[in-house]
Design a binder for this molecule. Structure first.
Ligand SMILES: C[S@@+](CC[C@H](N)C(=O)[O-])C[C@H]1O[C@@H](n2cnc3c(N)ncnc32)[C@H](O)[C@@H]1O
Length: 253
């Protein structure tokens, strides 16, 4: 099976992964962002935080969005530390974040042992304009490596800016990442290598990994979203197998 999806808590599952067993950590953790006061931060659901009041949808809430700032930094450091142990030498970490959590994420990455290499941006052209303010139209991908970069192992040239929207009508998760962006990012993992996403959500990283010929290990705490991820991964695997059969056998007469 080119993928495994664990249901449960990321830290618990990560602690059970063998040392040096994955090639790249590519993940989109709960940002725990927004809210100026403790009650604003801990009292609002992810759904309330990340969905415009006017938006009509029935996407489910997800857990893990109510840590205070200090706890978030410590927790993210623990996660990135366990991920570091589970990653091979010269492996890569790509961690999504927003503008508020950018400093905490770069600190946590380095505290966990990774060598911080830079920040790429995901630009969302259809983001909401805000009167009297600069538009918040980017999320960020903090990246680093476990020790030196080994460019011979995976000689890719990847962009540092990705522009794409996740159309509202196709969305199955509140904070879903576009598969086309993820398909570019998973190329940081050598072909046939293993991508780890401890916050799989609807499985976008895994879908991208399978499409690009990488293996995938995911973890998701919400049963609702794990069901969605499972279905998307299975469908992608079947599509990939059909495409390979077609290439090997040629079109039917
Ligand atoms: C930002 S979302 C990821 C969305 C994903 N990138 C996608 O495209 O669908 C973070 C996910 O982490 C899950 N989560 C929160 N806390 C978790 C934990 N402790 N362990 C595992 N998953 C967790 C949430 O349920 C949520 O689906």
């Amino acid at each position: 099976m080119p993928y495994t999806l664990h249901r449960g808590d990321a830290l618990t599952v990560l602690s059970e992964l063998p040392d040096a067993s994955v090639d790249a950590l590519i993940t989109d953790p709960p940002y725990n962002s927004g809210g100026r006061t403790s009650s604003e931060r801990t009292g609002r659901t992810a759904r309330a935080k990340y969905t415009a009041a006017s938006a009509e949808h029935n996407l489910a809430n997800f857990p893990g969005e109510n840590r205070d700032q200090h706890s978030y930094g410590f927790w993210l450091t623990l996660l990135l530390t366990e991920s570091y142990r589970a990653t091979v030498e010269s492996g890569t970490a790509l961690v999504f974040t927003d503008w508020r959590q950018l400093p905490t994420t770069t600190d946590a990455l380095q505290a966990a042992g990774w060598t911080w290499r830079g920040i790429a941006s995901w630009h969302k052209p259809v983001s909401r304009p805000q009167k009297g303010r600069l538009k918040q139209s980017c999320e960020y991908i903090v990246w680093g490596t476990k020790g030196p970069v080994d460019a011979n192992r995976n000689p890719v040239y990847l962009p540092g800016l990705y522009t794409a929207s996740q159309p509202r009508k196709d969305r199955v998760h509140i904070t879903q990442k576009p598969v086309e962006v993820m398909q570019e990012l998973v190329k940081i993992c050598p072909p046939a290598g293993t991508v780890l996403d401890p916050f799989a959500g609807s499985g976008s990283t895994g879908v991208a990994a399978l499409r690009e010929g990488r293996q995938f290990i995911g973890v998701e705490l919400s049963d609702h979203y794990a069901d969605i991820a499972e279905a998307r991964l299975l469908e992608t695997m079947q599509q990939t197998a059909r495409r390979e059969d077609f290439i090997l056998a040629g079109p039917e007469e």
